[in-house]
Design a protein around this ligand. Structure first.
Ligand code: PGA
Length: 264
């Protein structure tokens, strides 16, 4: 059975009051129709997780945190724990985002991945090279090994891998990876995961999405030329009009592929 497509809206630090967060969620909460094949995951700043989670009534929406500290509680000034984001209503947690790389290394990310999975949430784990130089494949493989070295394969269906090359994220040049570059990265990623989890079945349970300079003008390329299972957006995550267009394009594509599978 085909998995539902994911649309992850990462609000980053771009919402600065509870009122703004709730208003923004209310303006996008009907973008995804109730009978859709898409799931939208809205990721507000920690401060507003709870308030936004309380607005969720459409089953096609879920709330994600942008990070979380792996201990349940303790003497960690300024941190927000996995238990806290879970209790606030998060079902997903974004981990290893390149905008946090100066604050953590992959050992920290690995601890967070394990803690999120053990707490019955889904980990959206970002991986991606700094540059497409001669070492990019090695860099990607190392990130995967470091992030998943302690993860048992029974958790595979709670894992989403977001391929997010750092050079494509939040770039003013709007420079997304091409579908060919995405496919090249997927080949490296899936091969390595299969080695690590030692079964193809586990890899088939993981969902793979793309993020970096996406908008309604460029997602079709991925749907046409790759087997991408969703998108992670930052810059356009606040724009209901663009999200609506993306939603329609994803739905149309899903329908087209379903009809083609039936040979109609
Ligand atoms: P962007 O952000 O869409 O603004 O490039 C994506 C991300 O941060 O994951």
């Amino acid at each position: 059975m085909k998995k539902r497509m994911l649309l992850v809206a990462n609000w980053k630090m771009n919402v600065v009051s509870e009122k703004e967060a709730v208003n923004l969620f209310n303006s996008i909460k009907n973008v995804i129709a109730r009978n859709s094949t898409i799931e939208m995951i809205v990721c507000p700043p920690h401060m507003y997780l709870n308030q936004v989670a309380q607005q969720v009534i459409n089953p096609h929406y879920n709330i994600g945190a942008q990070d979380a500290f792996p201990d349940e509680s303790g003497n960690r000034t300024g941190e927000t724990s996995i238990a806290m984001v879970k209790n606030a209503g998060a079902k997903y947690v974004i981990l290893g985002h390149s905008e946090r790389a100066h604050l953590e290394d992959r050992t920290d990310v690995a601890r967070k991945v394990t803690a999120v999975l053990e707490n019955e949430m889904t980990a959206i784990v970002c991986v991606g090279e700094q540059q497409r130089d001669k070492n990019w494949k090695k860099e990607l493989v190392q990130q995967l090994r470091d992030s998943f070295n302690r993860v048992p394969k029974k958790y595979a269906d709670q894992i989403v891998i977001a391929y997010e090359p750092a050079w494509a994220i939040s770039s003013d040049k709007k420079n997304p990876a091409t579908s060919t570059q995405y496919n090249e990265a997927m080949e490296v990623i899936k091969k390595e995961l299969q080695k690590m989890f030692k079964t193809l079945k586990a890899v088939e349970s993981i969902r793979f999405i793309y993020g970096g300079s996406l908008d309604d003008k460029n997602i079709e390329e991925y749907m046409k030329n790759t087997d991408v299972e969703g998108f992670l957006v930052g810059r356009v995550a606040h724009d209901p009009r663009i999200l609506m267009t993306m939603f329609r394009l994803i739905e149309d594509d899903f329908e087209k592929k379903a009809l083609a599978a039936l040979n109609l």
